[in-house]
Write a protein that binds this ligand. Sequence first.
Ligand code: FAD
Length: 311
Amino acid sequence: MSLAESEKQIQTDVLILGGGPSGISCALECADSGLDHLLIERSQNFGGQLEEIPGPIPNMPAGSFYASGRDLSFAMLEHAQSFGCLLRAEVEIVEADLDNLTLKSKDAVYRGRALYIAAGARYREPSFENQERFKDFIHHRHYVDNHHFEGREVIIVGGGDSAFFAALAKAAVAKSVTIIHRSSNFKVRDDIRNMVEADPRIEVLANREIASLKGDRQLEAVLLKDNDSGRIESRRADVIYAKLGYVPNSELFYNQLELTASGHIKTDEKRRTSKPGVFAGGDIVSPGYDRISVALGHGSLAVKFIREYLK
Ligand SMILES: Cc1cc2nc3c(=O)[nH]c(=O)nc-3n(C[C@H](O)[C@H](O)[C@H](O)COP(=O)(O)OP(=O)(O)OC[C@H]3O[C@@H](n4cnc5c(N)ncnc54)[C@H](O)[C@@H]3O)c2cc1C
């Protein structure tokens, strides 16, 4: 679809992709400095990953005043709207032409004089052999009701903080918990690792990965491959909880921007990407440090350099 063929064409000074903390912060800074802008978000709600945070947020200033991430996102939205930010929900961008600073949804074309990409990140989904057959016994999102784990033999896949946190939480209700990690390189805080190691209900198996899933109507076992010896062993399992970290939502920009090996957008200290007029911040950029305060800071800082660029 070219610009001329499109149904709707929308032009603004600063086009913002993503309605999480970083995008909202950028929109606020634009509104505050009188810059024409438009923020586009595919979900019905603004807030991005804040929607997934179940409780108060202790590592963000004032975060503990909100009962949950969703509450915080409502407050951010209300504030942004009261400042006159232009926000548009339920618009999914499906194509990007960064040479022309243009984003396309299925029925409109958005063009900015500058673009701020704050499309964030999402859970990395597992992919096991014959996964589709057993999909009801495999979970990976943050909110999973405990009844899926009660009295069950639980396999947790992953080697980071969230896998170890999940093991501690599920051990309280499960029959057994086994953490499987494909290498021996665990990226876990010492305090959490010590708690897991001290818990007799949790077993940790390094250098193993799931080769295949077994069962009739429901999951009954996993075949584990030992990555050192290549040996395969079977282990009883009723349910798998995959905590494999996050991937950046950067697919739209493959072949258009310089990305890191992990798919994060490379930026400099002025939040500039490898393309003139295209800026990025929050969880989609590298070096990745996925924190609300960082995402907010990036959004705000970007506007300073976008203004310089627009001059
Ligand atoms: C369970 C959980 C707990 C967390 N706990 C904490 C914590 O305690 N403290 C902390 O500091 N951080 C925490 N975080 C991390 C924090 O939420 C993120 O760092 C922050 O949300 C990143 O903000 P962002 O704006 O960069 O991206 P996101 O919040 O990911 O927002 C990106 C937005 O872009 C939209 N988008 C993406 N692609 C498109 C497209 N093609 N078209 C339109 N819209 C699009 C998405 O729908 C999304 O709304 C947690 C995250 C999770 C999941």
